[in-house]
Design a protein around this ligand. Sequence first.
Ligand code: ACO
Length: 184
Amino acid sequence: MLLSAPSGKAMSNLEITPATPADVPVILQLIRELAEFERLLDQVTATEAQLHEGLFGPKPSAEVIMGRLHPSGEVVGFALFFHNFSTFLARPGIYLEDLYVRQKYRGQGYGEALLMRLAQLALERKCGRLEWSVLDWNHRAIDFYKALGAVPMNEWTMYRVTGAALERLGGGAAIESANDSDRK
Ligand code: ACO
């Protein structure tokens, strides 16, 4: 699909398509580039095999759209997303996990084009929301999102249970220790 962005930038050379299994190596590379930009590269443990399973296995957990230059096929950026569900709306939503445009292609309308495509998908799939998280210090991305009509959810704080805490919680240790403290 060739796109033109509302900002009027020349987008006739951008092709946005769903990723295929052959894209897994470049997707992992893009994930690592974004993590490096976010100063979180040390937290990336993802492997090609895991990504393949998560995106193209029997029960995929997420989807990816790729942005490529036409006709060279050079990868400009990508978006990785999955569905969530709003009980208030009783409708699915799209959660954008990663949006990334390679440095030399930034500021040319490609990020906007990827986000537009996701918004189109959200409408096509009758979703009520398109949402994501962004690091507080990433002012360029925050300004980019606000310019496209996104609003921050200031009253909401994301929580996470992972690693040893997840093992403890899932393994019942937290419940046992709560019972222990009941006994004291
Ligand atoms: N300030 C204000 N508005 C901006 C800014 C800015 N710094 N940057 C972009 N915009 C607005 C403008 O309206 C711009 O069009 P205009 O310049 O013609 O007015 C419009 O957004 C489109 O900008 P794009 O050129 O499409 O932006 P780009 O291609 O650079 O993509 C992105 C933006 C994805 C943030 C890219 O710069 C990038 O990958 N940055 C590094 C990684 C990153 O921060 N990713 C997002 C992390 S959050 C997440 O993944 C959910």
